[in-house]
Design a protein around this ligand. Sequence first.
Ligand code: SAM
Length: 236
Amino acid sequence: MTDKEYLKKYLPKEKFDEGLKKLKKNIPVQYIVGSVNFYGINIKVDENVLIPRFETEYLVEKTIKYVKKYLKEPIKIIDLGTGSGAISISLKTKLNCEVDGIDISLKALNVAKENAKLNNVEINFYQSDMLENVKGKYDLIISNPPYISYDEKVEKIVKENEPNIALFAKNEGLEFYEKILKRVNNNIKTPGIIAFEIGMNQGDKIKRIVKEYIKYTDIKIEKDLTNRDRYIFIFV
Ligand SMILES: C[S@@+](CC[C@H](N)C(=O)[O-])C[C@H]1O[C@@H](n2cnc3c(N)ncnc32)[C@H](O)[C@@H]1O
């Protein structure tokens, strides 16, 4: 579907011309419409949150599969860098679980809270710098953190519209994996799962960070639908 067709399908008729003008100004169609479908649920989006991506739906799907295989519900989950709340809300609707969602951005947290309400789920959203203000232990720690290196080329429409705080990370994009993994022993139960979305060239480097900081029983790097490394699952 082209962006124009997408607008036609999802915007009320009287808003179409205004929407088309925004499209010409290079505003992402999802922000113009104001919502996206993520893993079968409706998620409101605005310029304060990253537009949830198809790859992340696959992270949720794979994570559910591993939770069912290795853990016993009910479980406790924390979603680090929750943004719109897409991961938290979709997991809450599919698993018997309690979910905490944290973000450093208060504006993003407000969108996430609204999304939980819209989808009739209860999630505890609060502000933290990754695991810094997090107490307690979780069966599943999941994150799609910012992972684009500052020198990587990024599409203009993404860089100019989506929050840069949701996109970029220092240290070749590895900053947040290291930040999380350094503290994760305090917050993960055994058995437990740590699930990350990752950049396509980051798998081996993150594996090395994992080995430096935690004891694990298995690590799996998995591919997205375009056959690129995109996920890492750490079983502890
Ligand atoms: C790539 S976005 C992911 C958003 C959402 N989880 C998703 O998958 O669509 C990364 C998120 O991490 C948040 N973030 C950035 N730095 C952070 C930090 N130091 N602590 C917590 N969250 C942070 C951003 O505000 C953003 O919402």
